[in-house]
Write a protein that binds this ligand. Sequence first.
Ligand code: GLN
Length: 313
Amino acid sequence: MMSPEIETIRQQLPGWLEASLPCVGRGKVASYIPELSKAPHDALGITLMNPQGESVTAGDCGLRFTMQSISKVFTLILALMDNGEDAVFSKVGMEPTGDNFNSMLKLELVRPGIPFNPMINAGAITVSSLIRGESPNEKSDRILQFLKELAGNTDLEYDLGVYRSESDTGNLNRSIAFFLKENGVLSGDIEKVLEVYFLHCSIAVDCADLARMALVLACNGSDPLTGKALIPRRYVQIAKTFMTTCGMYNASGEFAIQVGLPAKSGVSGGILTFVPGRYGIGVVGPALNNKGNSYAGVHLLQSISREMDWSIF
Ligand code: GLN
């Protein structure tokens, strides 16, 4: 017997998903990383999981996609665990930008020229450079191990096709990284920093992996299914705050009003979100709106959150 609330969700979910499907036609699959353009345009899937380990799924929840910017939440947490708050926040700020995720505008405009926050590319590239490890390999391995543990899935791996595709074409991120070096935020070999960044963006997951990772955040850093404490509560609090204020980039205000949950999106169409203490949620819908968030995914979360009265505000 499932708990009553998740049973209600199980009954309603197919209808909510159906109602969001028309939105896929309004979105566009990302193509600036050429390999991402192969994703199915009309896919939409969701998995929700509660601390008892009960889960509900609908649609294309088995679709595999790369984490892209969703990984930024966890590299931030790992960098905080490696270095502490003071060291991390000497290199990256705490404020939303109101600009696109890959904008470098404010790096020149505002002094000191450190990235505004760790959820935009400039901030996340900086965070990747702070992950402990002797080599890009060692840093990347630590990130992948951390994500495997959070997802309770030892099979997580990189999508090397997406990695190469981004590494071959990522001139904007390269420009950002060189600009950050000029500003004294990054040092050393920029290609090595970008290798770590592109690799963690290319980790392949499905909705269940995201839901399980989100569940750990929903439970303040402990995995309710194993009882293991994986993240200090303070660092979950910091990540949760960034997700709420910057996780959906320059649509974070609108998402806070329409959905009202901490969330992080990626250009592959994934969204990781959670209801504190109650559900971890993974969504995928590769067709994006003009802010780089899943068009139908946001619509679906909006319906569920409204119906279930989940807004934290
Ligand atoms: N790897 C992507 C990039 O740097 C991540 C961006 C995103 O998901 N918004 O462009």
